[in-house]
Write a protein that binds this ligand. Sequence first.
Ligand code: SF4
Length: 191
Amino acid sequence: MRKLLLHTCCGPCTTYVHKSLVDQGFEVKGLFYNPNIRPREEYEKRLLMMEYYATAVGLKVIYQPNDLELEPGNCENCYRVRLRRTAQFARDLAYDCFSTTLLISPFQKHELLRQIGEEIGKESGIPFYYQDFRIGYRESRQMAKKFNLYMQKYCGCDPHPLTLNRPPSPSKMERGIKGVRKKEASYAKVS
Ligand code: SF4
């Protein structure tokens, strides 16, 4: 079974990508590293949703702290920083390849992302696994809804006040947690 280290940007984008990779026979581990998400509260929400989804589906994730100040709006650098870190971990942990959940978003610079991933793959000696996951974007939103995951309306560094999601209400969070517990119970029965 090929081992793939998956850079994860958030819970909602992880849903479909993770499922698709597992269905294709990969052994997947996540790496959450997203130093350009602002403000801090927004970062915390995405981190929480990631932890909560990963727990529900049994995905192991390495959480990397925000250790860099990145320039807002410089997507090329932002992609490089995240994918380089992922490739480093993949190499150190003897993974066969690495990839990113950013490939599911129709709002990202998809071709640039692919190009950078492939460059870093060559530099690091760990192949970048490319797949156009955008076909599953809609399904990923449906999956995220089932888990009551918070879905942000901007990429990370430039929250426009009109598009900034409000934090989930306590009752929504409560429903989400119940959903996760139910899933956990059903996974426990299967295993
Ligand atoms: S828009 Fe997204 S990818 Fe581009 S710099 Fe900001 S956080 Fe990074």
